[in-house]
Design a protein around this ligand. Structure first.
Ligand SMILES: Nc1ncnc2c1ncn2[C@@H]1O[C@H](COP(=O)(O)OP(=O)(O)OP(=O)(O)O)[C@@H](O)[C@H]1O
Length: 254
């Protein structure tokens, strides 16, 4: 069975990144199916983060081509890519600790409207964003904490807030960089459920080290090692793959 072009939302061909003679990503081909949760895994230093940075154009590829919905986006700037609907999750550090949960989401909504960081607008104008901000806050399960200061939230709830600020940009595709990093099991369960919920009408590409989360959530997995694609398939397929087993158990770890 072949995948038709319409089924593919994001695709990369021959994606390559060299840093001063060192090739971090080497000829990567990737097809992300519309509506799927696709995970990028691999041992430390495999090139996962570099790949993410290339796909969102935070880094310029040395060579290769990236298309989104059939359109070549290789030459676009990150902001233009975000406007097309490919949005990378913000880091927790991007959450404003002194502001409430609702205010943080409101700022993200303003960012979508293009008047980012204009904190000095009259309260009445800002209030018009509140209804929509509240819907996003509810969507990620933080309604009870809408008026709490973001800085006081637990780590897992900060991650949920970070996802809400990303959702405010109405992404067709979300890229999540290690969403479970540093989480206690209770938060892992909660954020996994949240990712599954928000994936209902979106495509998600995530880099994640927690393999039980990857097994549980992913429709498809690409395994990278030393900058190259080692295997691709379902969790059952890639976890049986001899090269994958070798990369994880053998010399893949630094
Ligand atoms: N700006 C850079 N300059 C030079 N080398 C870099 C740069 N960024 C990444 N690298 C190298 O490229 C390789 C891939 O790094 P990358 O961070 O993409 O791997 P990763 O799979 O995300 O690893 P981890 O799981 O440890 O986060 C590493 O050897 C890293 O040292």
């Amino acid at each position: 069975m072949t995948t038709s072009a319409q089924d593919t939302i994001l695709s990369a061909r021959g994606l390559t990144k060299r840093f001063a003679g060192f090739t971090a990503v080497n000829g990567v081909d990737l097809d992300v199916r519309r509506g799927s949760i696709h995970a990028l895994i691999g041992p430390n230093g495999a090139g996962k983060t570099t790949c993410f940075n290339l796909l969102t154009k935070f880094l310029q590829p040395s060579s290769g081509r990236i298309t989104f919905n059939g359109r070549d986006i290789t030459a676009l700037q990150p902001a233009a890519i975000a406007r097309l609907g490919v949005v990378r999750s913000f880091q927790i550090s991007a959450v404003f600790a002194q502001m409430t949960v609702l205010e943080n989401v409101r700022i993200a909504l303003q960012r979508r409207r293009g008047d980012s960081f204009d904190f000095w607008r009259p309260q009445k104008v800002l209030a018009q964003f509140d209804d929509e901000a509240m819907r996003r806050v509810e969507e990620v399960g933080l309604a009870d904490l809408a008026h709490a200061q973001a800085g006081d939230l637990s780590y897992g709830r900060k991650r949920a807030l970070e996802i809400a600020t990303t959702l405010a940009l109405e992404p067709e595709m979300m890229l999540l960089d290690e969403p479970m990093a540093g989480m206690a099991q209770e938060d892992v369960t909660r954020i996994s459920a949240l990712i599954r919920r928000i994936s209902a009408n979106r495509t998600i590409l995530m880099v994640e080290h927690n393999l039980s989360v990857v097994a549980d959530l992913s429709d498809r997995i690409t395994v990278l090692a030393r900058g190259e694609v080692l295997a691709e398939g379902s969790y059952a397929e890639v976890s049986q793959h001899p090269k994958v087993i070798e990369a994880y158990i053998g010399g893949g770890h630094e």
